[in-house]
Design a protein around this ligand. Sequence first.
Ligand code: LMR
Length: 397
Amino acid sequence: WWRHVEPAAKDPILGVTEAFLADSHPDKVNVGVGAYRDDDGKPVVLECVREAERRITGNMNMEYLPMGGSVSMIHETLKLAYGEDSDLIKDKRIAAVQALSGTGACRLFADFQKRFSPDPQICIPVPTWSNHHNIWRDARVPQKTFHYYHPDSRGLDFSAMMDDIKNAPNGSFFLLHACAHNPTGVDPTEEQWKEISQQFKVKGHFPFFDMAYQGFASGDPERDAKSIRIFLEDGHLIGCAQSYAKNMGLYGQRIGCLSVVCEDEKQAVAVKSQLQQLARPMYSNPPVHGALIVSTILGDQNLKQLWLEEVKGMANRIIGMRTALRDNLENLGSPLSWEHITKQIGMFCYSGMTPEQVDLLTKQYHIYMTRNGRISMAGVTTGNVGYLANAIHQVTK
Ligand code: LMR
């Protein structure tokens, strides 16, 4: 039956983790996958999560969740994206379902798009998270790219991006990173978001926000939702993928949410029912444990406060490592500019290193990262930053 099946290409991000795990060198460093580590390089379970687990233990059953997932988790999650006092929530205009983290939310939306608006393409920024391409490809939605990153300035190519938005066929779908763009760490300013939103209005484009890093851009989830709020103020109907992998450290729990803003409650009921119908033949209903952790934390003022402090703590450790990496490179006498390490935000630094330089880092120094030159700053520690800086200096000088 399966003689014609060739091995699949390795995933450009998760394949790096596999290679790292297979390496037995004592000095190996993993700055590939975007997964937060403490300053000893260890995975972190947040205190608010530990406390939520204590409260849940003994108090839960293992029943199915509804097809759309946990109602209380969804309610709390929508408040994070749309605002505590959002009229859209009050007016029940948002169709929302629990999703298998950000990936699952994007995939569900892509399938929904294909089923109910099959003609328009999805416009995806260059570069983007590699899995975005897989998700919309497997949903059989035609893809087009739009300019985003400017390699020379290592910042946003705003004018080219605006041109692409203007030139795309009216009513195109656009994938936007709500904050802490992956892989570049470059976000539009508030003023630029306003211009983008205005242009979307003129063209009738549909904005789909992937918000995988809420809290990691500024340390404050509320501030990181600014892009979305700007679009909402302008009256856009948006879609949004949310994930608790990074900001609650719930990577393996696969917990997130997909929401679609509708014209009224009736439409939201219809859209939600269709999202559930898409989920049913794929995984029937989502897992219960992560949803309980999230609703326990966000439903309790004290635990929510603790969470906000812990998110800030993670974001601040990363900011500290950005400064340390840049200082180390400059102290080594690197003739190159490393200003972008501290200018970029979120979990990643888009270093500008070439795939060949990355290969050398891996071969000679056992440093693992994606070949696009992205460094996961969350894997940089006081203990490895000197080693990392020296290796980068050696391969780039
Ligand atoms: C990443 O970009 O490293 C993360 O989003 C993890 C993943 O699933 O790719």
